[in-house]
Structure formats: structure tokens, C-alpha cells
Design a protein around this ligand. Structure first.
Ligand SMILES: Cc1cc2nc3c(=O)[nH]c(=O)nc-3n(C[C@H](O)[C@H](O)[C@H](O)COP(=O)(O)OP(=O)(O)OC[C@H]3O[C@@H](n4cnc5c(N)ncnc54)[C@H](O)[C@@H]3O)c2cc1C
Length: 82
């Protein structure tokens, strides 16, 4: 874990980063990008367009954060209201 890191570029030398204004190269072979998620709401949109009553919760609602508690809370509230 490297806090406050800025990822500058990837090339044959590795991953170029800047931490607190100091640039360096991490000599790595494999880089896995975990750059966030986008919710897929195709089915939700289709059901709404068809006039159905639907609820949007959890990762389908907001996928931009790591918050399983919010998903569980939303699911619980919807279930209790049915
Ligand atoms: C890499 C990663 C790490 C994470 N770490 C954390 C963490 O440490 N702490 C934290 O609080 N949160 C974390 N999260 C976020 C957390 O996983 C989500 O907020 C939570 O899982 C959302 O719950 P959900 O029920 O809305 O969706 P999901 O858990 O994504 O469940 C949706 C389910 O629906 C299924 N599905 C999709 N489409 C269909 C379909 N058409 N028909 C039937 N089934 C379908 C999927 O297969 C899946 O099983 C992390 C997420 C990721 C990706």
C-alpha cells in the first residue's frame, strides 16, 4: 500500500509513480488496473420503460464506492417495505 501516490505512466521500465513530489519507477512485470466500476442498469431501464414498479439498490444504484453495508441496508429496507 502506497498512500498519496500518483500514477504517471506505464512503459517497458515499469510503473512510473510520484509520491510527495518524488518520482520513481516500480520495476514490475504485471500491472492490474482496478479503476472503478459502472453500474449496469439496462434491465432497470427496460422495466421502468415498461411501467413496472422496480427498486434500484446496492451496486446497481451506486458502484463508485466499496460499501457493502449500504447495499445490505437498501436491500433490507426494500424487503421490509414490500
Ligand atoms: C474488488 C471489490 C472489493 C470490494 N471490497 C469491499 C469491502 O472491502 N467492503 C465493502 O463494504 N464493500 C466492498 N466492495 C463493494 C461490495 O462488493 C458491493 O458494494 C456489494 O457487493 C454490492 O452488493 P449488491 O448486492 O448490490 O451487488 P453484488 O454483490 O454485485 O450482487 C449482484 C448479484 O446479482 C447477480 N446478477 C447480476 N446480473 C444478474 C441477472 N441478470 N440475473 C441474475 N443475477 C444477476 C450477480 O451475479 C451477483 O451475484 C468491493 C467491491 C469490489 C468489486
Amino acid at each position: 500500500m502506497v498512500p498519496g501516490v500518483r500514477y504517471d505512466r506505464i512503459d517497458d521500465a515499469g510503473l512510473h509513480v510520484t509520491v510527495d513530489g518524488a518520482s520513481s519507477v516500480l520495476e514490475v512485470d504485471t500491472i492490474v488496473l482496478c479503476t472503478g466500476q459502472e453500474p449496469r442498469r439496462d434491465l432497470y431501464d427496460e422495466l421502468v420503460a415498461a411501467g413496472r414498479s422496480v427498486h434500484l439498490i446496492g451496486g446497481a444504484d451506486v458502484a463508485a464506492e466499496l460499501d457493502a453495508k449500504r447495499a445490505v441496508k437498501q436491500g433490507t429496507e426494500v424487503a421490509a417495505a414490500l
